[in-house]
Every structure is written in structure tokens, then in C-alpha cells.
Write a protein that binds this ligand. Structure first.
Ligand SMILES: C[S@@+](CC[C@H](N)C(=O)[O-])C[C@H]1O[C@@H](n2cnc3c(N)ncnc32)[C@H](O)[C@@H]1O
Length: 200
């Protein structure tokens, strides 16, 4: 469902998603603060490469972008042809590329929650000691649901922030930031929670 839906809305997504929201750039500052120039950052669910990969590249790092939507990743590859872009779902990606930090931004919540721990495990296993990961999850415990964006239907699922923090800590990471980007409401918005964590 999500692959085709992102292919269909990719032009409109690309026009809308140009700038950082809220404290996103500050989270990137924390993610990258201990990294030497030239290090590699993997961006899982990278979209069209803007603004996250764009900012990471501008700071002198290399990016490996993974996205399952051909239209989304095509735009990222056209925009930054010198970086590595892989058309793949996170679930199927082999994690054979080395990386020093990881971004999983507004993408994990598009995947059934039973896959979240295995994906996070693969990411953390491949991070060096002291490497950092930043991600978002949904802001509340709720059943999987669908919602519409630009006229297309998208699937969403998430563990609660507490459970995600528990998973991350069990994988050997220490959270540096864990905060709501927006709080869940009684209605449509299930909330969004940001985490930046460091591997011991
Ligand atoms: C909400 S957008 C976020 C894009 C980007 N991370 C950002 O912050 O603007 C979600 C992106 O995740 C991708 N995505 C969704 N499910 C995915 C999956 N299972 N594997 C890889 N990419 C996925 C979508 O194609 C889309 O480009």
C-alpha cells in the first residue's frame, strides 16, 4: 500500500518537505556531533533526500539512502548523484554497507510493529561503539490504522514511546533525547516521538 501511495504523491511530497520541522535540525546536531568528517550516515526511509540527507551532506558526511519508493529515491539520487541510494524496503535491506550513524525518520511507523525490534537490532548491531541513531515513532499505544495524505491511503503502526525506548536500551543504547514532537490527541493525531540514542 505505502510503496504505491508514495510513488503517486512523490511530486507533492517533494514540494512540501523542503525544510526542517520543530527541533529536527537540533536532533541532527546531536546525532552528528561526535562524528568525524567523511563518516557515513545511513538514512532508512530517506524519501527525496530533503531536508535530512541534504543537511548531512552539507556538513561533509556521506549518505547511504534506503527507500522502497522508486519515485522518492529517484529524486534523491538525481539531487545528490555522488551519494549511494538503494531502492529497497528496510525489512529486505541486507545491511551490507558500513555506516557510523543512522537516521530512521518518520518511516518506521509505516511498518508493522512486529518488524520494529528486528530492524532496530540490525541497525544497532552494525553501528560502531559510540555511534548514534535518531528515529521517530508514534506517540501512543494504538492499533495499526490507515490515514490519508494528498488523497492516498497510508498504513501506520507503532510501539509506544516507552516500549521503543525499552527496545533501544535492551539493544545496548543509551537515549540522549526522548521527547514528543507532537502529543497524541483524542482524534486523528496519534502523536509523534523523537529519539536520539548512543550505542555503548
Ligand atoms: C513520511 S516519509 C519520510 C521521508 C524522510 N525520512 C523525511 O524525513 O522527510 C516516509 C518515507 O519512508 C519510506 N518508507 C515507508 N515504508 C518503508 C519501508 N518499509 N522501507 C523503506 N522505506 C519505506 C517511504 O517511501 C517514504 O519515502
Amino acid at each position: 500500500m505505502n510503496r504505491e501511495a508514495y510513488n503517486k504523491i512523490s511530486d507533492r511530497w517533494d514540494s512540501a518537505r523542503r525544510k526542517f520541522y520543530g527541533r529536527e535540525r537540533e536532533y541532527l546536531d546531536v546525532l552528528l556531533s561526535a562524528l568525524p568528517g567523511g563518516a557515513s550516515v545511513i538514512d532508512l526511509g530517506c524519501g527525496t533526500g530533503r531536508p535530512m540527507a541534504e543537511d548531512v551532506i552539507s556538513r561533509g558526511y556521506r549518505v547511504i539512502g534506503i527507500d522502497q519508493s522508486s519515485e522518492q529515491i529517484k529524486k534523491a539520487a538525481e539531487r545528490f548523484p555522488e551519494q549511494r541510494w538503494v531502492l529497497s524496503s528496510m525489512e529486505a535491506y541486507g545491511f551490507n554497507d558500513g555506516f557510523d550513524a543512522a537516521i530512521i525518520w518518520d518511516s518506521l511507523f509505516h511498518i508493522e510493529r512486529s518488524y520494529h525490534e528486528p530492524i532496530l537490532r540490525k541497525v544497532v548491531e552494525r553501528l560502531p561503539s559510540g555511534g548514534r541513531v535518531m528515529l521517530t515513532v508514534g506517540g501512543s499505544e494504538h492499533p495499526a490504522f490507515t490515514d490519508f495524505m494528498f488523497g492516498q491511503e497510508f498504513f501506520y503502526d507503532s510501539n509506544s514511546p516507552e516500549k521503543t525506548l525499552h527496545i533501544i536500551e535492551n539493544l545496548g543504547c543509551h537515549p540522549l533525547i526522548g521527547e514528543f514532537m507532537n502529543l497524541p490527541t483524542e482524534g486523528r493525531d496519534k502523536g509523534r516521538y523523537a529519539i536520539v540514542a548512543e550505542k555503548a
